[in-house]
Design a binder for this molecule. Structure first.
Ligand code: BMA
Length: 332
């Protein structure tokens, strides 16, 4: 099979070949985690974060949990996508008129470049968790836009281009707490301000139990010649709390609420020490992916145990073969 990634060439992206004894379709970076406890003075934990190519290296918007427990967003820079330096001051948001517009907390950011603008989405506070949106061109001035919806919603993830002339954002309606349910939807906008034309994309569940409690979109979907490759998290409710694993789905390119294939089994689940042990054990939460159109390589950034940032690798051919050979698409 030869699937094309429709996107940029990123020859300097982080990469390791698949180890010979690796049975899975995704393999972990050998030096994981790439960000450990207390990486800079204000931050106890940096995880569930977003990374994009920028200039001759990489830049990211990182979820930093402070030592009082509250999460805020900080910019990080890296030459190689593996070793990171963080700005010690959080992102200072302003509205379109330049007025201070700071969220009281912010977590699980995603970043995408559409045209010449980088858009940031995150989980923010408006009398409950909802979707914050904003934009930057230089990662110095950050303009905050209107929240995309009323509470409660999380996991707002934009597609990397307009589809049929409109911005499209995956999202996951939720509740005020550690939501025990949740399906993936998407919404359309002409201007990143007014959102509508909502469509259900996919439901939790399936024959297996690993995604039986809830699901939520992960990295920015990757455009391929076969459809949009969406990596997502699936949650299982155990007697000891939630367990977060990765799944993947292939969505129709023109009507992305149509699911063509979906992994029947998880493709990565917490197994390593840094995934099963930490502030919240048993969490593998993907938030960003770098995909190289020349080689088909994909590097996935994920939060591990709500404590660490880790990287895992796959290729577009490996993942789409797995999707086609072991698919379970649920009727909605
Ligand atoms: C979700 C979010 C994520 C977190 C996950 C596991 O509800 O809050 O930030 O990684 O729970 O604790």
């Amino acid at each position: 099979m030869n699937v094309e990634i429709i996107g940029a060439s990123i020859p300097n992206m982080p990469w390791q070949e698949k180890p010979e004894n690796e049975a899975g379709v995704i393999w972990r970076h050998s030096e994981n985690p790439v960000i450990g406890w207390n990486p800079f003075p204000a931050a106890a934990r940096v995880y569930n974060s977003a990374v994009v190519p920028f200039s001759d290296g990489f830049i990211g918007v990182f979820r930093c949990d402070y030592k009082n427990g509250r999460p805020h967003l900080h910019v990080g820079n890296s030459k190689d996508g593996i070793n990171w330096e963080f700005e010690h001051k959080p992102i200072q948001w302003v509205d379109r008129e330049g007025n201070h517009f700071q969220p009281s907390y912010a977590y699980d950011p995603r970043v995408v470049k559409i045209g010449d603008t980088y858009y940031v989405t995150w989980c923010t506070d408006d009398h409950g968790a909802t979707l914050g949106t904003g934009m930057t061109k230089d990662f110095k001035t950050f303009i905050r836009l209107e929240n995309a919806c009323v509470p409660f919603n999380r996991n707002g993830v934009l597609f990397p281009r307009k589809i049929n002339g409109q911005f499209v954002m995956l999202n996951r309606p939720s509740d005020s707490g550690h939501t025990p349910f949740g399906d993936i939807f998407l919404s359309h906008s002409n201007d990143m301000e007014y959102w509508g034309k909502h469509r259900h994309v996919m439901s939790k569940g399936g024959d297996g139990w690993w995604q039986g409690t809830k699901i939520g979109a992960g990295p920015i979907p990757i455009e391929t010649s076969e459809g949009w490759l969406m990596i997502y998290h699936g949650v299982s409710g155990t007697c000891n709390g939630f367990v977060y694993s990765f799944g993947a789905a292939l969505l129709d390119r023109d009507e992305p609420w149509k699911v063509l294939y979906r992994t029947r089994d998880y493709i990565l689940t917490p197994e390593k020490e840094y995934e099963v042990s930490g502030f919240v054990p048993n969490v593998a939460f993907p938030c960003a992916a770098i995909a190289d159109a020349d080689t088909g390589r994909i590097a996935i950034y994920y939060g591990a145990a709500d404590t660490y940032t880790a990287i895992a690798y796959t290729t577009v051919n490996d993942l789409i073969s797995e999707l086609k050979n072991n698919s379970e698409v649920l009727k909605s």
